[in-house]
Design a protein around this ligand. Structure first.
Ligand SMILES: O=P(O)(O)OC[C@H]1O[C@](O)(COP(=O)(O)O)[C@@H](O)[C@@H]1O
Ligand SMILES: [Mg+2]
Ligand SMILES: [Mg+2]
Length: 333
């Protein structure tokens, strides 16, 4: 394999960033290593031999498959020692992870979903890892929850790894979105998808229609119009997909456009939504916006939300700009 490796790409970005110390580059390198290790663990599938009897509940009250725990541990052990982080927080831990005192502290905070779409693991469907990097507030070396409570616009980097038919890492540092594919023989990610962009228009949408009876009127209207196809007000046929792995859905949208939503519904009202803002909605929204798409709750831009808790949930509508805007307009109507 020839071409630009992810390490070369990150170093090149560092050279262009004024005043960069290399700390961020090293942190990204550790994330790359963590994703390679997780890819191997996910790939082992049933050979890992840990599904089933060892299930426990996570802070969201969901059944936590053993692989959730394994991947969470991989992410922590790959990053905690680095000295580039002040704090870490994960979907799988109620409170921020306390970096052991024996390790030096750095200036960044990382939030992550080590295994997204984990209900798909035992049916051998794509899953992923999502991460979001923030700066720790000036002088904070032992961050508390409130130090993580920054809106998505403050992210310095967001990315995901997709463990699908190939393993990919998709990354933004605020200068567009680039995709890298893992060459297993070399053990390196190579730049295969430079400057990923989302077309403004689409005729594909993704939503869990089993929740339809609970949806709010604007979402009912949107989906109904899509389903009417050529004969309806949209005047064209739409296609539908639902993988139940947000990483896979966002990746499909980055490749060929589309709309993804996990909207608010009467069942989710109390929780605020299904997806978690800090390590699902925010990083994915940054990636989607950087690729020219849009991301909203239906009522406000997700990246502008001031979060108030680590595991806060939000409604999510993201993807091809014109479709997201149409849904936002329906919410206003
Ligand atoms: O089971 P549902 O309602 O289809 O929900 C699927 C959604 O839940 C998630 O799996 C949540 O992620 P986790 O697997 O990390 O909990 C999203 O990736 C996906 O979009
Ligand atoms: Mg998730
Ligand atoms: Mg998860």
């Amino acid at each position: 394999m020839t071409g630009i490796t992810i390490t070369q790409f990150i170093i090149e970005e560092q050279r262009q960033a004024k005043g960069a110390t290399g700390e961020f580059t090293l942190l990204l390198n550790d994330i790359v290593t963590a994703c390679k290790k997780i890819s191997l663990a996910v790939n082992k599938g049933a050979l890992l031999g840990t599904m089933g009897s060892l299930e426990s509940e996570n802070v969201q009250g969901e059944v936590q498959k053993q692989l959730d725990v394994i991947t969470n541990d991989i992410f922590i052990s790959s990053l905690e020692w680095s000295g580039h982080l002040a704090g870490m927080a994960s979907e799988e831990m109620e409170e921020p992870y306390e970096i052991p005192a024996r390790y030096p502290r750095g200036k960044y905070l990382i939030l992550f979903d080590p295994l997204d779409g984990s209900s798909n693991v035992n049916v051998n469907i794509s899953v992923g890892t999502i991460f979001s990097i923030l700066r720790a507030p000036e002088g904070v070396t032992h961050p508390k929850v409130e130090d993580f409570m920054q809106p998505g616009t403050q992210q310095v980097c967001a990315g995901y790894a997709l463990y699908g038919s190939s393993t990919m890492l998709v990354l933004t540092t605020g200068r567009g979105v680039n995709g890298f594919t893992l060459d297993r023989e070399v053990g390196e990610f190579y730049l295969t998808h430079p400057n990923m962009t989302i077309p403004a228009d689409t005729h594909e949408f993704a939503v869990n229609t089993s929740n339809q009876r609970h949806w709010e009127a604007p979402v009912q209207r949107y989906v109904e119009e899509c389903l009417k196809g050529k004969e309806g007000p949209r005047g064209r046929d739409f296609n539908m997909r639902w993988v139940a792995s947000m990483v896979a859905e966002v990746h499909r949208i980055l490749i060929r456009g589309g709309l993804f939503m996990y909207p608010l519904d009467s069942n989710l009202k109390e929780k605020g939504g299904k997806l978690r803002i800090m390590y699902e909605a925010n990083p994915m929204s940054m990636i989607v916006e950087q690729a020219g798409g849009a991301s909203s709750t239906g009522r406000e831009r997700i990246l502008d939300i001031q979060p108030s808790s680590l595991h806060q949930r939000v409604p999510v509508i993201l993807g091809s700009r014109n479709e997201v805007e149409r849904l936002v307009a329906y919410h206003k109507a």
